[in-house]
Design a protein around this ligand. Structure first.
Ligand code: CU
Ligand code: CU
Length: 267
């Protein structure tokens, strides 16, 4: 809701026509539901996993006030251009519990990026849930489409450094009983991000159709036309397609193990 959004986001027009986009992000420990009745003791940005999507247009100024309300030191490390002082991954840049840090940089390049905590042990801080999408739109906008962010993630529920639950957007199998609604003939754009910890790769496979792939979203022409896309941890891509037929279209990781542990859904 807009009034809720206004608490954490403000935009101001600058003399050159671009925007200053100010975000309030806080880290907080919170239990989240990753499957019906299954809870995970997450570390979150703004109480949710993935964290809120940060979105800007190429050339905007992004200013993120980060408050650490958690019980461990954390940071926000953004992918994209920025000076080292804004990196959040270098030694000494940890934000202690109770402390605040302001990250500020120009939004470039356009594409689908990522932000995440970069405190050691990194695999634990990322796996616990401290990540989100960072989308930079090109100045010359992409064609109209129905859009969604799809974060491929997983959870190690018994802390043995292997995942027990896999998902698209945190909740295992969530889109099976409640499919993602799309419209025949209308373009669909998915901002796909892989943040799965402990497994080197993850993938998206879509039944009954093919899609265009824009790796990292940084080029305007697709580099692949496929039905299966593999991404390393931290890799992203924009996936575009248009549904031809009404009905159910399954999507899932093509690693059968991941699919059977929750990474499966329906359009
Ligand atoms: Cu952290
Ligand atoms: Cu990263």
């Amino acid at each position: 809701p807009p009034e809720e959004r206004a608490k954490f986001y403000r935009e101001t027009r600058r003399p050159d026509g671009s925007l200053l986009r100010e975000y309030e992000i806080f880290a907080v420990d919170r239990e989240i539901e990753i499957a019906p009745g299954m809870f995970f003791p997450a570390w979150t940005f703004n109480g949710q996993v993935p964290g809120p999507t940060i979105r800007a247009t190429e050339g905007d100024r992004v200013k993120v006030t980060f408050r650490n309300l958690g019980t461990h030191p954390h940071t926000i490390h953004f992918h994209g251009w920025h000076p080292p002082e804004m990196d959040g991954g270098l030694p000494g840049q940890e934000v202690e519990p109770g402390a605040t840090f302001v990250y500020e940089f120009d939004a470039e390049p356009f594409g689908v990026h990522l932000y995440h905590c970069h405190t050691v042990p990194l695999k634990r801080h990322i796996h616990k849930g401290l990540y989100g999408a960072f989308i930079i739109d090109p100045r010359d906008p992409r064609p109209a489409a129905d859009e969604m962010v799809m974060v491929m993630n997983a959870f190690d529920t018994n802390f043995d450094a292997e995942n027990e639950v896999y998902a698209a957007n945190t909740v295992a199998n969530a889109y099976m009983p409640d499919p993602i609604r799309v419209t025949v003939g209308r373009p669909v754009r998915i901002y796909l991000i892989n943040v799965t910890e402990f497994d080197l790769i993850n993938s998206l496979h879509l039944h009954g159709m093919f899609f265009d792939v824009f790796r990292t979203g940084t080029m305007r022409t697709p580099s692949e036309h496929t039905d299966t896309l593999m991404l390393c941890q931290g890799e992203r891509a924009i996936v575009e397609t248009t549904f031809r037929y009404p009905g159910d279209f399954m999507f899932h990781a093509h690693q059968s193990e991941f699919a059977e542990l929750g990474w499966m859904g329906l359009f």
